[in-house]
Design a binder for this molecule. Structure first.
Ligand code: SF4
Ligand code: SF4
Length: 102
């Protein structure tokens, strides 16, 4: 499921440069995540990078957008068509994903 930013956001901006998909932007009142560009960091990290750096832990799963790992790795591939390393990892079924975190 895509991650969303709650109203607890203090607009520190720490999350924006951490997103591998450039899904986070400054919004009107708080930072916002484009759910169509969020892969929950699947393909890149074994945890959600925005939540990992957020000082108030307000980057949380959006229960209205539950998505499978398969959907998310396919989204990552479509967002990064020229990333041969990501493609290789996906084909080998060996890529970072919080679904696989031990
Ligand atoms: Fe970006 Fe990952 Fe946060 Fe989604 S979970 S907005 S992909 S940093
Ligand atoms: Fe808001 Fe957290 Fe991002 Fe800072 S790191 S801008 S508090 S969501």
């Amino acid at each position: 499921m895509a991650i969303k930013i709650t109203e607890d956001c203090i607009n520190c901006g720490a999350c924006e440069p951490e997103c591998p998909n450039e899904a986070i932007k400054e919004g009107g009142e708080i930072y916002v995540i484009n759910p169509n560009a969020c892969t929950e960091c699947v393909g890149f990290y074994d945890q959600e990078a925005c939540q990992a750096v957020c000082p108030v832990e307000c980057c949380v799963p959006d229960p209205d957008r539950t998505e499978s790992e398969d959907v998310l790795i396919k989204r990552a591939l479509s967002l990064h068509p020229d990333d041969t390393e990501l493609k290789r990892k996906a084909e080998a079924d060996d890529y970072p994903s919080h679904f696989r975190k031990k």
